[in-house]
Structures are given as C-alpha cells and as structure tokens.
Design a protein around this ligand. Structure first.
Ligand code: EPZ
Length: 418
C-alpha cells in the first residue's frame, strides 16, 4: 500500500503535460480487437485501468503489447474465448465493454455484472437493452450477463440518460451487425467521438458521433489501423484547477480547450485567468476568487468527473457556492475527508454548499474514488503543512506518473511504500 506525503502551501509554477484520455483509451483498446489485424494506438495513458483492460483482452486470446511509451499494439485475430474472468472484470466497471466486443465479433458474451461502486449505484441495464435491441437474447444468471445472437441486426435504440457506457457498448456491438443501427439520445462526450473516429478508420460506417443521433451502418469486417488517443480532458481540467488553487502560473500541454468549454467558463466566472493556444492552456490566479453555483451535466455541460476537484477550488472563493451533482447519486464521499482539512462544506441531498475562503490545513486523508482522490491531492497541495493521502490505488487508475508531474511544478510530494 502506497501513500503520498505532501508538504503543502507552495505556489506551483511551470508546464505539465496531460496524458491520453483514460476514458477514451478503454473503449478504443477494446474496439481494436473487433478486427483480426493489428492496430497501433498512440498517446495511450498507462494507468492501472488501462493495464486491467489489456489483461482482460489477453485472457480472451487477444495479442496486446506495449511498443514504447504510450504506444500499444493490439491484434484481435486470436480472440476465441467468450467468457471474461470475474477476478479481472471485478476490478473495473469499464471491463463491461468487452460484452459489446464479444457479442459483435463472436455472437456470444458471458461477462460478470459489475458490482457496487464508490460513486453511486451504476447498473448496466441500458447496455443490456441496447444488446437486446440489436436482437441478442440476454439472461442474467449467477452474477453473469449471458448474451447470445446468431446474427445481430441493426435497430433503432433510444439511449436512456444519454449514457456514455451504453452508447459505447451498443456501438461496439452494432458496427459488425447486419443493417443500420440508429442510436437516439446518444452520449456526445469527446470519448464517444474518439471511438467513432477509430472505428471509421478501421472501416466502420458511423455518422453523427458528437451529436445525439448516431447512425451505424453495419460492415462485414474491420481492419487494423493507427490511431492517436485524444488528450485527457479530465486530467487537463484537474491540473488547471490545481494551478488556480495553488496560485502560480501553470501551463497544461496536450490539452484541447474545445473539450473543456464549461470548465473554462466556470474558472473564468470565479476570476481565474485563462489563456489558450491550440495545444496548451495556461491558468493563473491573480485576484480573490468569487463564489459560483454549478451543476454537473452530460457533455458539453460541466463534467461530473471534475465536480470534486472544482469543489475544492470553491473552498477558496469569497462567499457561498453550491455544487449540484446530477449524474451519480453518491459522489460526495470525499467531502468528509476535505472537512478534516478544514473545508466548510455541507451536503444536502444532491448539493454541496461550500463556504469560503478557507485556509486548508494538512491532514491524513483517504481517497475512496478516483476523482475524489484527486480532489484531496489538490487540497493537500494548497493546505498549510503536511498531508498524507492513502487509497492511491483509486488515483493510480487514471493519473499517470502523478507525483513526477507535480514535482515538475515545484510541489513537495513523495510516494512512500508502506
Ligand atoms: C463514464 O461512466 C465514465 N467512465 C465516468 O468516468 C464518467 O463519470 C461518466 O461516464 C459520466 O461522464 C468511463 O468512461 C469508463 P454513464 P459511465 O453510463 O459510462 C446511469 C471516471 O472517474 N446508468 O453515462 O458508467 C448511471 O448510474 C469515471 O473516470 C444506468 O442507470 O456513465 C449514471 O447515473 C467515473 N444504467 C448515469 O446513468 C446504465 O445501464 C450516467 O452514467 C448505465 C448508466
């Protein structure tokens, strides 16, 4: 078990480079195995979630190998097993994407149902309805989803709550189906667009990704390709918030501002100065911060994945802010830990009420989920004195080389193996 020991209160300055998007890499890696040829992916982040999805694909017969930093070669020719192993799938909910892969490629999928989650209840019923819409017979038995289809056929499917995961899984199953699939109320997240771009480069016929109606004309087979994963908008946003929090001038490279409009607007609204170039965003806080009321939304609204980091920043605003979480029903668990650092935050149902400004003070804290964990790290870097952050296995899922990147900004942070 590792912990981060952070001596906070330093002004951070400099350049930090974001990695490729974890939430794009996971479905893109799975999608490459729809082809019986090799694909090369670049800008692949190397967090533990990516390692897990690679392990799951390997267990199904897919050849996966790293070919230098950020370069992953995948060949689906050997895909020959329809059952994903529970001990690997249980580690990560996005493992459920292999259901779309197996159903699309082999016509059969036996995948453990994901269990509980630290950010709220996260069923997969919309994914399953998508498979059924394409003609699959689905049974839930002994903790597994068993899906079978002699031949999937294109269909119209309305995606409830514009679910990201259900949009992606139905796309994965539909690309090799017979006929045309129309996804209505589809998720518009950049990660969905990245996946569609990859699949089209492999020979799929997908139109409309990034809008709420996606049309997928099934093709007989896909071929290998080369593809570069988009920058991680949530990692970029986390570092921008960190820069604003600690008061220096921080430049985040490998950033696409167009994926972060609502976040940049919110930073601007509280008084943070932002400068953008084509591939970098610079953040600087000069004045006192003002309070703000925000609510998380599906893209292009304010991302739920930055709710926790932004809430920490609002502890520095002069007055009362509110943050409403509309996507997940349990995403305020980090608040109790932040309070231990002195934050004045009350949670009432789906809303956090934050009163500032507060000088946070270092404390031992525990991360219980990925983004909540990052929020604690940001808090600790701004806090006066020493903090120790445990539960790093959550943070390591999605922030590659975190302590090295932070050290480059002048942060006093060390990873210690306990
Ligand atoms: C993706 O989760 C991301 N994960 C999440 O990032 C992100 O928070 C979320 O999208 C929203 O942007 C990955 O991409 C791997 P949803 P996903 O399906 O696909 C409910 C992170 O920190 N729902 O859009 O699971 C669900 O419970 C992670 O990197 C059902 O009820 O999100 C939620 O309330 C955390 N039934 C809402 O819909 C279903 O079958 C939206 O979830 C599916 C979802």
């Amino acid at each position: 078990m590792d912990k981060l020991v952070i001596e906070g209160g330093r002004v951070l300055n400099g350049v930090i480079t974001a990695s490729g998007a974890k939430n794009s890499a996971l479905p893109v890696i799975v999608a490459t195995a729809l082809a019986e040829e090799e694909s090369l992916l670049e800008n692949v982040p190397h967090g533990t979630d990516v390692e897990h999805i690679c392990d799951i694909l390997s267990s199904l017969g897919v050849a996966v190998r790293w070919d230098g930093p950020g370069r992953l070669r995948i060949n689906g020719a050997g895909l020959n097993r329809v059952q994903a192993p529970y001990e690997l799938v249980r580690k990560m909910r996005a493992s459920f994407y292999v259901a779309g892969l197996l159903l699309g490629r082999l016509g059969e999928a036996v995948v453990p149902l994901p269990g509980g989650c630290s950010i709220g209840s996260r069923p997969v019923d919309y994914h399953i309805k998508g498979f059924e819409a394409l003609g699959a017979q689905v049974a839930l038995e002994h903790g597994y989803m068993k899906a079978y289809a002699k031949r999937l056929t294109g269909a119209k499917y309305y995606v409830s709550r514009a679910s990201v995961g259900a949009t992606i899984n139905t796309m994965l199953a539909a690309v090799l189906a017979e006929g045309t699939t129309v996804l209505e109320n589809a998720a518009r997240e950049p990660e969905v667009v990245d996946l569609a771009n990859l699949l089209n480069a492999m020979g799929a016929k997908i139109r409309g990704a990034g809008m709420d109606v996606i049309r997928i004309e099934g093709v007989k087979r896909l071929h290998g390709t080369e593809h570069e994963i988009i920058p991680d908008r949530i990692e970029v946003g986390s570092y921008l918030i960190l820069g604003a929090m600690t008061g220096g001038k921080v430049v985040v490279e490998n950033a696409m501002g167009e994926h972060l409009r609502s976040v940049l607007a919110s930073l601007g609204a509280i008084g943070v100065e932002i400068e953008e170039s084509t591939t970098a965003i610079c953040v600087q806080r000069k004045d006192r911060l003002t309070p703000l009321n925000i609510a998380t939304q599906q893209y292009p609204g304010f991302p739920t994945d930055l709710q926790a980091p932004f809430s920490v920043l609002l502890t520095q605003s002069d007055g009362v802010s509110t943050v409403r979480e509309t996507v997940f029903d349990g995403r305020f668990k980090y608040v109790d830990e932040l309070r231990r650092m002195g934050a004045d935050i009350q949670v009432e149902r789906d809303t956090a009420i934050i009163t500032g400004p507060t000088q946070l003070t270092g404390a031992p804290v525990e991360a219980t989920d990925l983004r909540g964990g990052m929020a604690l790290v940001i808090g600790a870097l701004a806090a006066e004195g020493k903090s120790e952050v445990i539960g790093l296995e959550h943070i390591d899922r999605g922030y590659e080389r975190l302590e090295h990147k932070l050290q480059n900004l002048g942060a006093c942070v060390q990873r210690i193996s306990v």
